[in-house]
Design a protein around this ligand. Structure first.
Ligand SMILES: C[S@@+](CC[C@H](N)C(=O)[O-])C[C@H]1O[C@@H](n2cnc3c(N)ncnc32)[C@H](O)[C@@H]1O
Length: 375
């Protein structure tokens, strides 16, 4: 059931984009596959909305949104409901559970960046949280709360970026130390009808098991992710541009007199899609480009042109590169980039291109992406 009772700002601020039933079905099939005797467990959704994730005999739902809880009760009165801020005074006793209770957490916690909350539409206390779960991102706070509850299993949706961006992964603190990703499927944010469809990002339906030793970043790098389109990939299968050039402002490393051009800070592929590449002036976000490294920045400039051929599930990944193949075609990339940024001709060494230079560049991206290339 789609969320109907909130206005736009409250929907965004509470992250109240409810989950389609076919995704809840995936969550339950993962639970059946990975938890022996799953009927012995309490099912808990601490951000339950209308209760779409609650199934079975022992299900408990909680939400900060009183109207949502009321609707949930009317729809499925057999479950237990609590109207509360689930990130405050976190404990099993909040839910009538004790240390012996077996718990599986399900759901789709809100995942907005709390610094981009739409002003004035919501009272600040809605974002109060226990210090132990504090994070810039509300979704990361929820993951941390599952560790405080010591849930045996967690099967929830969250942005893939929580795992694959190293800084986010580190901010998972105690959660990553106590839980291991066992099973997962990636879906596009576009499946949530009310969210922006212009730039979709990957959301993972992640099944975690509580273990003595959780996971480190290497574990994530080598994990084989699957998507709802039946594609498979792991981060370790790609080399990334950050290995060859600076992605972030590097004023303290490169002198002004070595600088031949400026490039906008590089975040992930989705940010590159929306943002600039070469820029005219040195700004706060500018990366200094040296003559020697210029071809790599031209590479990123051309990569941006090929983003429509890159699937949504790489949206939060770094720009990938096959350095060997690129080195052979370097002149073509520089040539293409100079065509778009004529000022670069002052500093770039431009070799006369082959007649049909689009073909090899396209061939390069087809090879780089393999089965992931979007035609
Ligand atoms: C993405 S919706 C998920 C709703 C439901 N589980 C579903 O998927 O259909 C996120 C829910 O989190 C709730 N929420 C946001 N902050 C909360 C908090 N601090 N404590 C409890 N619930 C919260 C919102 O009210 C919203 O219902």
């Amino acid at each position: 059931m789609e969320q109907k009772h909130l206005n736009h700002n409250d929907t965004v601020n509470l992250g109240s984009f409810y989950t389609p039933e076919w995704i809840v079905d995936i969550v339950y099939s993962m639970i059946r596959k990975n938890v022996p005797d799953s009927s012995q467990y309490h099912i808990l959704d601490t951000s339950c909305g209308y209760g779409g994730f609650l199934r079975g005999k022992n299900a408990i739902g909680a939400d900060i949104d009183g109207a949502a809880v009321k609707t949930a009760k009317e729809r499925s009165p057999q479950h237990i409901y609590i109207h509360q801020n689930s990130l405050l005074d976190i404990s099993r006793s909040q839910y009538g559970l004790d240390k012996n209770s077996k718990i599986i957490i399900v759901g789709n916690p809100p995942y907005n960046d709390t610094t981009s909350i739409i002003r004035n539409s919501i009272k600040k206390e809605k974002f109060e949280r226990d210090g132990a779960v504090f994070s810039r991102d509300l979704g990361i706070s929820f993951l941390l709360s599952y560790d405080i509850l010591k849930a045996d299993f967690v099967c929830v949706l969250h942005p893939l970026s929580y795992l694959i961006k190293k800084a986010n992964f580190e901010s998972l603190r105690s959660f990553k130390d106590s839980y291991k990703l066992v099973d997962s499927v990636i879906v596009s944010s576009g499946v949530f009808s009310a969210t922006s469809k212009t730039t979709c990002f990957p959301i993972i339906i992640a099944f975690y098991e509580r273990v003595s030793f959780g996971m480190d970043y290497n574990y994530v790098k080598n994990f084989e992710f699957k998507t709802t389109e039946n594609k498979k990939f792991s981060l370790s299968q790609y080399d990334v541009i950050g290995k060859y050039i600076s992605k972030y402002p590097n004023r303290n490393k490169i002198n002004a007199n070595e600088t031949v051009a400026y490039f906008y800070t590089m975040r992930d592929i989705n940010a590159l899609k929306r943002g600039a590449t070469f820029i005219d002036k040195e700004t706060y976000n500018a990366v200094r480009v040296t003559k020697q490294k210029l071809p790599y920045y031209c590479y990123v400039d051309v990569f941006k042109e090929y983003i429509p051929h890159i699937p949504y599930y790489f949206g939060n990944s770094d720009v990938m590169i096959n350095n060997e193949a690129f080195t052979e075609l370097k002149d073509l990339f520089v040539y293409k980039s100079v065509q778009r940024h004529p000022k670069l001709s002052e500093c770039a060494e431009i070799k006369k291109p082959y007649k049909d230079f689009e073909k090899p560049v396209q061939g390069y991206f087809k090879n780089l992406l393999g089965e992931h290339y979007v035609d």
